[in-house]
Design a protein around this ligand. Sequence first.
Ligand SMILES: Cc1cc2nc3c(=O)[nH]c(=O)nc-3n(C[C@H](O)[C@H](O)[C@H](O)COP(=O)(O)O)c2cc1C
Length: 169
Amino acid sequence: MIKAIVYNSNTGFTKQYAYSFATSVGLPIYTLKEAKKKLNKNDKIIYFSWIAADKIYKINEAKRYDIAYAAAVGMNLYSDELIELIKKRSKFENIYYLQGGIRWRMLKPSQRIMMKLILWMLKRKNKKNKLTDDEKVVLDRMNYGYETVDLDSLKFLIEWYNNQKELVA
Ligand SMILES: Cc1cc2nc3c(=O)[nH]c(=O)nc-3n(C[C@H](O)[C@H](O)[C@H](O)COP(=O)(O)O)c2cc1C
């Protein structure tokens, strides 16, 4: 039985998804830090976190619990290749991708540098006319910042959770 939602959010997008999900299914919700006091090792959880460098942030820490699903929030557009890459980098299979945004003003200085580097690489590729259509969208979003939380996209995960409950009952 799933005990709780555990989440990690840097600029707030993941937090919004995680809280909306927790409210919909009626599960307690903890940050990764709070979870250490509230949960036991190997308790079953759903882990919500953002993506950094194609990996689910702090998934290795979260693996002290039994992660039934990891909901990964990123700025890139969904594609099967992207999910395969995130699975490989995170060494985890059950991944559900959610579209996040970009809040430049909330980034820590080191994160801002990393994001500026990604932006610079996209711009360089753009100058050579080598960007894919998806990358063009990301470049645009990175240039101007991007606010989105599509709560409807949680539907599948909510259905999956409700099916799990029925299986246990
Ligand atoms: C340093 C850094 C690296 C990132 N790398 C990726 C990435 O590889 N893929 C991606 O889709 N998003 C990447 N992002 C974007 C975040 O995942 C995105 O902004 C997400 O919505 C942040 O969620 P949060 O508001 O919960 O922190 C990166 C962001 C930062 C700051």
